[in-house]
Design a protein around this ligand. Sequence first.
Ligand code: AMP
Length: 525
Amino acid sequence: MTFKDLGLSNELLKAITEMGFEQPSEIQEKSIPTLLETEKDYVGLAQTGTGKTAAFGLPMIQQIDTDYRAIQALILCPTRELCIQITKEMTQYAKYKQGVSIVAVYGGASISDQIRAIKNGANIIVGTPGRTIDLIDRKALKFDSVSKVVLDEADEMLNMGFKEDINLILKSTPAFKRTWLFSATMPKEVEKIANTYMEDPFKVVVGIKNSSAENIEHKFCLVNGRDKYFALRRFIDHYPGLFGIVFCRTRRDTQEVAEKLMNDGYNADALHGDLSQGQRDAVMGKFRNKTIQLLVATDVAARGIDVDDITHIFHYDLPDEIESYTHRSGRTARAGKSGISIALISPTKSSKIKLVEKQIGKKLDLVKAPSGQDICGMQLMKMINNVKEVKVNEKGIAPFVAQIHESLAEYSKEELIERFVSVEFNLFLKSYEKASDINIDPSRIRQGRDRDDEGSGRRGRDNEGRGGRRSSGEESANRVFINVGKMDGFENKGQLLGFICNQAGIDGGSVGKIDLFDSFAFMGV
Ligand code: AMP
């Protein structure tokens, strides 16, 4: 089946071909012909990442009458992120259809700019419920000519408390309009909306009902609450190319876990509601362009995030609303790729595993937090692969080669390998050399013998070796104030580290993150 077979116009075909769409996805194949041809309402049960934006966006754009200057379609979605994303995607589809104007309306941005854009002749509005209501109240949005309304991520919108807003908005649209509802899950509340506002809708289900994407591996790791942070770090260290989101239940935990990761030298940042819109945009920008490897986020802040290539989702805690599990894990395995979802579960919360399994319709596999040896082996092989793949700049190193050969002449090939590997690797070996097994034997939970120590790992382990990227250790680093800084001649952190190690006779491996200021410095120990 091709996009042409689905009945799309040449101008749309040209645009999506340019975007690299070769074949319709399942939801597109099942939905586009019906949405183009029939006047029926529609319910699509599909995750994000299945291509649902195009499934409703392409037929919607095709049916816009560009000679008629009025708002003809409305798309409601739960978050600003998703709103911007849908608008961007739809604008690309409409590239070759002259006169289609798609305007995004969402909170946290200038309302007068949005009103101006609407007045300039918007024919499709993509909005979050709050701002849409606001614009209706200001008489800037009129939906008398709207013939299609999309409710995207309907379950999320209800989870976020937009039920009343949705009802109000739908009431302001004409009776003749068609409603297209998309949802990842079908809880009773969504069904109620469907029953209230739709007549005998055409239903499309992609994948298993109320389950999460097929190509996600769902796992859980049993650890005491106080060991969760260390378990998280071990997983991160074990997958050198990992790019993921760590979900926490509260803003405080989110901030705390992000700060700990940053202190321990990881490229991480926090995304939660205590940050200003500008700060959140900046964090999302860094995550999108992969400047940060790990986004630590609350459920609400991370809703609608559409970033490709996310390899891992971590549930630092399982969500209160079990349905959010599907939304969290659906951030990975997008557009046909695969992904891994790992829930860190403490013994007292182990009964929640069954609820998640019921929600997604499959079993979670028990996975052990990697051992120190597993991690070292993995990192070592990564380094060896880097050595194999590195492009040698022969011209650049030519002036030094003779000198290098001379100075290393006394070593055999075996000794040289050992030495080069050790230069890079001693820190890692040290960080995990005393790492004990933090996994809990699941059979002991039933016997109730494990004391659970819930928390975000604040107290740290007292039985594990120090170490880590900058060797701040599985135990949280203590910060030490040092009364020297740049003004004392230390141009960079390396110089300060060298000086401290020499003076104190300590190994660089026991020093953590260094922050160097003009007249003082902080150091993790
Ligand atoms: P969505 O589920 O709408 O969020 O889409 C996920 C991603 O898949 C977006 O980046 C789309 O541009 C992309 N996409 C959607 N349909 C196709 C298709 N048929 N072929 C290739 N990519 C697609």
